[in-house]
Design a protein around this ligand. Sequence first.
Ligand code: UTP
Length: 297
Amino acid sequence: MSRKVTKAIFPVAGLGTRFLPATKSIPKEIMTLVDRPLIQYAIDEARAAGIEEFIFVTSRGKGALEDYFDHAHELEANLKRSGKNDLLDVLRATNMDSGAIAYVRQHKAMGLGHAVWCARRLVPDNEPVAVILTDDVIMGDPPCLQQMIEAHAETGGTMVATMEVPMEKTKSYGVLDVAEDMGAIVKARGLVEKPKDNPPSNLAVIGRYILAPTVLQNLNKLREGAGGEIQLTDAIADEILEGRDVFGLRFRGQRYDCGSKAGFLQATVAYGLERGDLRDEFLEYLHEIVSLQRAAE
Ligand code: UTP
């Protein structure tokens, strides 16, 4: 039985170049799917999974992200005065408890592994910690991290969220080498970041992790990996080399890669259709525009 996971690291220090020019002044994590910023989806998922402490690894130009978590007292008072209680509820649901959020700075974008390493002093060395990449928005019930925490309570070790991708896409992901396939859970015998050729499987790692404390220690090596970056995948692969367990969970749910423009657009459509207040009008519009496009082809 492993220790409860109550802390999560949100690495949000990347440059977000795929969304230039927007990310020239807006952090990618503040961009909205319908009316909620990406970061809110990640926070909601973490809260649902029982996370109590939220550690953000930020960087230059991410001020708007930090401001987002401040309580908006003036706005709340205004909505209260005008009796807009539904909006007040929406706003209050985003409030975080005092002291629940911590920020650390990554001074240079040296890779995801380096970003996670920057948070090392905020995680006790005997506790597992979750890592959530806000780029990966996952529609799932129960939410993906909750599925992982439940599975991790049984397995211990380190766990990554995994999904099957077409073989030709494996070069964009960390990929699992599977030792034992137990259905939803697989045990890894290796892990390769962005394999150029001969991927060990088509099971890709996506942006949810539960790390054993030793992974943060492995990151102390600050070894450069694929793309000259310090890779989290390499620190997880070291666990296997040192005889510790690493598992993948085939989560139930739909993942959207909101770090890419196409994925962001797909998520916008999917979340728009999920909304009772928008669905009918939006669906009608989608039908209309698809028929117009088809007619024009
Ligand atoms: P990406 O690989 O998507 O990079 O990072 P990016 O900089 O965000 O975006 P592009 O590729 O330039 O468009 C995956 C996650 O890791 C974080 C990012 O913020 C994102 O959540 N990250 C990446 C860091 O926090 N620091 C880094 O040095 C690199």
